[in-house]
Design a protein around this ligand. Structure first.
Ligand code: PLP
Length: 220
């Protein structure tokens, strides 16, 4: 199947999940996750109508960026863990940083002096990956972003512990939504190939889809 065909299928599933939840499917942005795939995958998805792309590694995207930066209207999201020594470079390469998880990173990104959309990565359980801020740290980080000069806070992002099924993700998505409304943040980045429909039912406004569009990845 081509990326175009897979995209049509994913869009169809987005629409059906949105209908179940009584939501407008246009309120959900599909972020095509192209980590490990070459720049040609980005072009292919762009041709099929995708405008938002997710990459996990600053260094990997650095090699693709010269080719793809010129795509009109394309937005590139960093969705992998950001180390503070790469913050400046990340601010230059990406339009959205979804994985901000410390006040220290706020200062580093703000220093890069470029307007940047930000999402805070939240860690909701000890089984989740090491990255992400604890919920107790959120108020301080949110305050730091809100008082920065160049950073615009869109919302929260999370990645539940891995499972083959979708339902185990639901309580994490519900928790993220509660935190979002508590802090008056409009956007929630949650849901991947295996659980995006559940994420949509729970209020996702960004879903991050790799495998369902591009097929299985080889290990990086
Ligand atoms: C790789 C990745 C995705 C996409 O995962 P798929 O299961 O391939 O859809 C989404 N979010 C993050 C943070 C990722 O690292």
């Amino acid at each position: 199947m081509s990326v175009r065909e897979r995209l049509a299928e994913v869009r169809d599933r987005i629409e059906r999940a949105a209908a179940r939840a009584g939501r407008d499917p246009r309120s959900i942005t599909l972020v095509a996750v192209t980590k490990v795939f070459p720049a040609s995958a980005i072009f292919e998805a762009y041709e099929a109508g995708v405008r938002d792309f997710g990459e996990n590694y600053v260094q990997e995207f650095e090699t693709k960026a010269p080719e793809v930066r010129r795509l009109a209207g394309a937005r590139f999201h960093l969705i992998g863990h950001l180390q503070s020594n790469k913050a400046r470079r990340a601010a230059e390469l990406f339009h959205v940083i979804q994985t901000l998880d410390s006040a220290k990173l706020v200062w580093r990104l703000d220093e890069a002096a470029q307007p940047l959309d930000i999402m805070l990565e939240v860690k909701l359980s000890p089984e989740q990956a090491k990255s992400g801020a604890d919920t107790s740290e959120l108020p301080a980080i949110i305050e730091a972003v809100r008082s920065s000069k160049n950073l615009r806070l869109l919302g929260l992002m999370t990645m539940p512990p891995w499972s083959d099924d979708a339902e185990p993700s639901r309580p994490y998505f519900q928790r993220l939504r509660e935190l979002g409304s508590q802090h008056e943040l409009p956007h929630l980045s949650m849901g991947m190939s295996h659980d995006f429909e559940v994420a949509i039912e729970e209020g996702a406004t960004f879903i991050r889809i790799g495998t369902a569009l591009f097929g299985k990845r080889k290990k990086p």
